[in-house]
Design a protein around this ligand. Structure first.
Ligand code: ADP
Ligand code: MG
Length: 681
């Protein structure tokens, strides 16, 4: 009998009605029930009365003496009191509305009580009580607490799960190969599952949890890697050859030496180009870590292999900006680069399209227009996207289809811890630039209260009079409140008036994209010195002359967003400043301000953000692709995740993967995704 296919009604005491209620908890089969783990434990470990903390929950063990007394308040309410000796101390034990216990409270009986401790009166208000023979069984016990709904009660569920183990426990089958169990000294599956529900002590519970977390992450990674291997087999790319000499000569001619991290990720990408399977890689690097030059190098390699390349970005401004950077970087080599955006005139567009079709364009830079039907590539070999998170999963796959066999590289500045990136973007390989170019001056960050706002405006004015530019970001305000437009407009009006004749521009969500682009362009060209904006200033916008970033009501932004915003300054030579104006009301808000002033490291910020928000929120629930684990915690267990992933990769790569009986359980596990699971509804 396989527990995965055994309906939960097979457990004694579970009838149709109960099964319906269990269904609401996602429990349909015996396996579901056995794997419905507690979210915490009630702790009945006995403490010495001298260690009991006033007004906290404690469990005491002692001996009753004297005779108990009951006082009644009306028909139903009562207060039962007894005397107990514990560790040489005489204490009162009080029960409310449990008068029925009175006859069991005999002088000389051993008693175990758990409840709130009042150190002043030496009094325990009991909520759980065991007397006589029940005591020893419960001493030190950790009692599982489950999340329940409807008519299901925790105590019933606890009993039912226990019963299910008695009936079916020996049918729980091991999935992990013995080599892993012994390498990490993990308890076997049946034991771990049982002890996760009913641990005898902390240590045992921890070992059980560790085993189940490992199993969960290992199986997840195994499935992920296996799927990717299948996909790779089906998705043939091109094995490219290119002139390494020429490429190295170009790298030597760059205006700066590559950082070690840039070097490493470049090699990873080049290896993908040379490999016959199709590249689908995520290149992660904090704001300013230098992803553009990596893109330039691999676009050149792609050209040397005789192919066209495309660079896709979310906005026209970014397209123009990238084209400029690429032209600068690639100036020493002969590359024809063209721009293709939705905003071009029909004539311009026709000209560019024919260049692309004839293969005269080596690199095309643009927005979504790059993959419209009228664009016909001659020999597309590489597609690079920047700020990948701005493109949805669907756009990502259209792009892959359009590009036929082209290799795809997604670049993003969203700082996600590596293991999480691997998990969230399971369909991609991940390269990380985890190092900043030398000599970069970190942005000085200050957190100020709203009352000093006039001084902040003054500071902006001073920077502008010194020829610099500034951003002022206002948050989007929820609809129930006044509109964000008003908010930004009043800030805009105030700054424009106070700082005149300094030129101030306004950018908000209700402008058309042409209007927005117009304002951004004036700012890029320095016609506008201060930009007040509600919409997040485009990720990736590069105005090196801007050295001041003011974020109004900064506590309304998430950490990741604050970090992105701050990344808009500190891009030129000058010392840059970020001013967070906020009177945060919540602990989280205060913590965010603290994190921002303490570090400029995007990965560190991401880590702290994760702690504050949890992974689901961090990625945005819908897009996240992050699975919900039952036992594993992606933050706490990320070391286990790393290990589990390496183990999964190694085992899949084992030449005996298909034949070794050790891996039977794993093969069966993967197979189970091929066929549909029977349902009981
Ligand atoms: P991002 O990763 O945010 O896209 P960019 O590619 O725009 O970063 O690079 C940021 C700045 O750093 C650019 O001005 C670029 O010229 C410079 N840069 C990139 N790599 C290096 C390096 N190895 N040494 C010095 N400066 C570099
Ligand atoms: Mg960039």
């Amino acid at each position: 009998m396989e527990l995965e296919y055994t309906p939960v009604t097979a457990v004694p005491g579970v009838g149709e009605k109960r099964a319906e209620d269990l269904d609401k908890l996602g429990i349909r089969t015996v396996a579901d029930l056995l794997g419905y783990f507690p979210y915490r434990y009630e702790d009945f470990r006995v403490v010495d009365v001298s260690e009991a903390v006033h007004d906290e929950k404690v469990t005491l063990k002692g001996t009753l003496y004297g005779s108990p007394s009951v006082r009644w308040y009306g028909k139903k309410k009562s207060r039962l009191a007894a005397r107990m000796e514990t560790g040489g101390v005489h204490v009162n034990v009080v029960w409310f509305n449990q008068a029925f216990l009175k006859k069991r409270l005999k002088s000389g009986e051993t008693i175990l009580v758990s409840g709130r401790w009042d150190a002043h009166r030496l009094q325990l208000t009991a909520d759980r009580t065991w007397i006589g023979s029940g005591v020893n069984k419960h001493v030190g016990r950790l009692e599982p607490v489950y999340s329940v709904t409807g008519s299901i009660q925790v105590s019933w569920l606890r009993k039912t799960i226990h019963r299910a183990f008695v009936e079916f426990g020996r049918e729980i089958r091991e999935v992990l190969p013995a080599e892993l169990l012994s390498a990490y000294k993990l308890p076997d599956r049946a034991k771990a599952m049982f002890f996760l529900h009913f641990p005898k002590g902390r240590e045992e519970g921890k070992r059980a949890r560790r085993r189940m977390a490992y199993e969960e992450l290992f199986l997840y990674e195994l499935k992920l890697l296996w799927h990717r291997r299948q996909a790779k087999k089906a998705d043939r790319g091109m094995a490219r050859r290119f002139d390494r000499e020429k490429l190295e000569a170009f790298i030597r001619k760059l205006p700066f030496p590559l950082t070690d991290a840039q070097r490493r990720v470049t090699e990873e990408i080049l290896a993908d180009l040379e490999d016959e399977s199709r590249m689908n890689r995520l290149l992660q690097g904090d704001v300013g870590s230098g992803k553009t030059v990596v893109a330039a190098i691999v676009l050149y390699a792609n050209r040397l292999s005789g192919h066209q390349g495309a660079l896709m970005v979310p906005t026209e401004i970014l397209a123009e900006q990238h084209l400029r950077s690429l032209r600068d970087l690639l100036a020493p080599v002969d590359m024809n680069m063209v721009l293709l955006t939705g905003g071009m005139t029909a004539k311009e567009k026709r000209e560019v399209l024919s260049q692309i079709q004839m293969g005269l364009a080596d690199v095309v830079v643009g927005t979504h227009a790059l993959f419209q039907e009228d664009v016909v590539y001659r020999k597309l070999g590489l597609v690079v996207t920047d700020e990948q998170h701005r493109f949805g999963v669907r756009q990502r796959s259209t792009l892959r289809e359009k590009g036929e066999k082209a290799d795809v590289l997604h670049m993003t500045a969203t700082p996600i811890p590596r293991t999480l990136a691997i998990t969230a973007y399971g369909d991609m390989d991940v390269s990380v630039i985890d190092e900043m170019p030398a000599g970069r001056q970190p942005v000085e960050t200050h957190w100020v209260k709203r009352e000093v706002w006039p001084r902040v405006v003054e500071f902006i004015g001073k920077a502008c009079r010194n020829g610099r530019q500034a951003y002022v970001i206002c948050p989007l305000i929820e609809e129930s409140e006044k509109s964000d437009l008003q908010n930004a407009e009043s800030v805009f009006a105030e700054i424009a008036e106070t700082l005149a004749p300094i030129r101030v521009g306004l950018l908000h969500g209700r402008m058309t994209s042409a209007e927005k682009d117009g304002v951004m362009r004036s700012y890029t060209e320095g016609e506008i010195q201060v930009l007040v904006s509600t919409t997040v200033v485009e990720v990736g916008v590069n105005v090196p002359n801007a050295t001041v970033m003011v974020i109004y009501d900064a506590d309304r932004f998430g950490l990741a967003q604050l970090h992105q915003l701050r990344g808009r300054v500190g891009r030129g030579g000058g010392q840059s400043t970020c001013i967070l104006v906020a009177d945060p009301r919540s602990e989280t808000g205060i913590e965010r301000m603290r994190v921002m002033t303490e570090t400029t490291d995007g990965f560190e910020i991401a880590r702290r953000d994760l702690e504050l928000r949890g992974p689901g929120d961090f990625f945005g629930v819908k897009q996240s692709g992050i699975p919900e684990f039952k036992v594993a915690d992606l933050i706490e267990d990320f070391k286990i995740l790393e290990v589990a992933r390496a183990d999964a990769a190694r085992i899949l790569g084992d030449p005996e993967w298909e034949t070794n009986p050790e891996y039977e359980g794993l093969r069966a596990y993967l197979d189970s995704f091929e066929k549909d699971r029977p349902r009981f509804d």
